[in-house]
Ligand binder design. Structure first.
Ligand SMILES: Nc1ncnc2c1ncn2[C@@H]1O[C@H](COP(=O)(O)OS(=O)(=O)O)[C@@H](OP(=O)(O)O)[C@H]1O
Length: 203
């Protein structure tokens, strides 16, 4: 980690930390005052997004259904598949809570990050104890991209959207499969909502 002045905050972003067993212990041994930010979205959509991303790199992988179920007719979900396992947010959270207080962790809604980026980033700034510098005026909705984009990033004078790998069209999945996964995740989601004190309304 780079050294910082008292007036600065060091930020580091690695998506896999949240689901890496050793990460909480290692981070806590570095600093117990660390603030943690996690972006979560509906775990069913997350799994499909994850699969869509893998498929774009390895087009020969088995179908989503084949990977998602040990036995589809019995509704037996394969929790050893990362795309499924990552969305069991409560299990990972329990690991973090052995080292950090829940008040040290802020969960960003992946859904609201798209529909209301300024609102969601407002809450992030509050959590970090910062003045709300980033507001609505920094975003516009880009119709071609189908997502909010930055009007004028720090390093340039032109608007900037996230890259092509963010916001891909998802692979089409059977509604029945989606329902089965929704049922699978429901109890995990409910426990997660209780623990974080916020209902993300994924059901
Ligand atoms: N403004 C904006 N523009 C584009 N995309 C946006 C934006 N805000 C949130 N998202 C969502 O970010 C999702 C991609 O993030 P990743 O999962 O690749 O992030 S990371 O790998 O964990 O860093 C990506 O998921 P997919 O739609 O499944 O590709 C987007 O839905």
């Amino acid at each position: 980690m780079p050294r910082t002045l008292d007036s600065q905050i060091t930020m580091e972003k690695t998506p896999s930390y949240y689901v890496t067993r050793e990460a909480p212990r290692r981070i806590a041994s570095m600093s117990q005052d660390t603030k943690l930010i996690v972006v979560v979205r509906n775990p069913v959509t997350r799994a499909i997004s994850d699969y869509t991303q893998t498929l774009s790199k390895k087009p020969d992988i088995p179908s989503f259904e084949e990977l998602a179920f040990k036995n589809k007719s019995q509704g037996l979900v394969d929790t050893s598949w990362n795309a499924i396992r990552i969305g069991m947010y409560i299990l990972h959270l329990e690991n973090w809570l052995q080292y950090f207080r829940i008040s040290q962790i802020h969960f960003v809604s992946g859904e609201r990050l798209i529909t209301d980026p300024a609102g969601e980033l407002g809450r992030v700034q509050d959590f970090l104890g910062l003045k709300r510098i980033i507001t609505d005026k920094h975003f516009y909705f880009n119709r071609t991209k189908g997502f909010p984009c930055l009007k004028k990033p720090e390093s340039s004078s032109t608007p900037r959207c996230l890259g092509k790998s963010k916001g891909r069209t998802h692979v089409q999945i059977d509604q029945e499969v989606i329902e089965q996964l929704r049922d699978f995740y429901r109890p995990f989601n409910v426990k997660f909502y209780e623990m974080v004190g916020h209902d993300f309304r994924w059901d």
